[in-house]
Design a protein around this ligand. Structure first.
Ligand SMILES: [Fe+2]
Length: 298
């Protein structure tokens, strides 16, 4: 089963076998088949936000305040209540507490500048405005310095459940709340520091797989129940029930040596998932992996 909403990659999608990627685009590029392509008003809005967020990123100005349009707010109010209902039942406790603590609501699109200030206070993480997908080295160089790149644009309103690229719904609802957890923040930071430090593409690939099967598509066992913490799952109304209940999904304990050897396909729903016991455990696993790889992170 294919669900384009799951085409969510750390940075610009690349072929993990050859590790070749394009540079950061300097103008807006909507993929062929993007639902907003024929909508000149949408394209113009995306171009404006692209230029604004890119400038704020390059000049390290932090997320710009955005005055969202009624249409963007309408889309947020259509998509996020459905996700929130699923989160209340299926998301892990840490995520739910953090989402409430951050005051992320289903009514108004949050201002990332304010969320970033709160994160800075709690876990010394901050949000970096991203105009769109970034090259993986650019992406990792930010998280190595405790900055998480986030988009601020909203998907096209013709198919509110669908986005062919990470947007505000994915980033803000999928990633941002978990950044309030210290162990989660340390996992992310260490992956970034290791990825930008090692010159070995195979070690980078292993780190990408570790991230994919945890930060993006991780499950966690909580009080004997299976819960979701991966951002790619949390931001998709299709992926949440699929990940937990589909007979087509293999769910296995997270064994790092197996995870880093397991390929993934970002263009389809994920039928191979791994379950961690806790964020603290995940942190010790990435610390062990980086040490075993001999990557000299400080
Ligand atoms: Fe993501």
């Amino acid at each position: 089963m294919k669900d384009p909403a799951t085409i969510i990659e750390y940075g610009v999608p690349i072929d993990p076998k050859v590790m070749v990627e394009p540079p950061d685009p300097d103008t807006l590029e909507l993929e062929p088949g993007h639902p907003g392509l024929g909508d000149t008003e949408y394209v113009r809005r995306r171009q404006d936000l692209f230029a604004l967020c890119r400038r704020h990123r390059l000049e390290t100005l932090g997320p710009p305040p955005i005055e969202y349009t009624p249409e963007e707010t309408r889309i947020w109010r259509e998509v996020t209540p459905k996700l929130d209902e699923l989160h209340r039942t299926h998301a892990c406790g840490l995520y739910l507490q953090a989402k409430d603590a951050l005051g992320i609501s289903t009514r108004e699109i949050p201002q990332l500048r304010l969320l970033s200030q709160r994160l800075e206070h709690e876990t010394q993480m901050h949000l970096v405005p991203a105009e769109g997908p970034l090259a993986y080295r650019t992406f990792y160089s930010y998280i190595a310095k405790r900055g998480f790149p986030v988009t601020q644009f909203i998907r096209h309103g013709s198919h509110p459940e669908f986005t062919p690229e990470p947007d505000m719904v994915h980033d803000c609802l999928g990633h941002v709340p978990s950044l309030m957890d210290r162990d989660y923040a340390e996992v992310l930071t260490l992956v970034g520091r290791a990825a930008v430090t090692t010159p070995d593409p195979l070690k980078v690939l292993a780190l990408k797989r570790f991230s994919w099967y945890s930060i993006e598509f991780g499950l966690i066992e909580e009080a004997g129940a299976l819960k979701v913490f991966g951002a790619g799952i949390l931001s998709s109304t299709g992926e949440i029930p699929f990940s937990l209940f589909s007979k087509d999904v293999r769910r296995k304990p997270f064994v790092t040596d197996e995870v880093i050897e397991t390929d993934y396909d970002p263009s389809r729903m994920q039928d191979h998932l791994f379950v961690i016991p806790s964020f603290g455990w995940l942190r010790s696993e990435i610390e062990g992996l980086v040490q075993r790889f001999g990557i000299p992170v400080v």
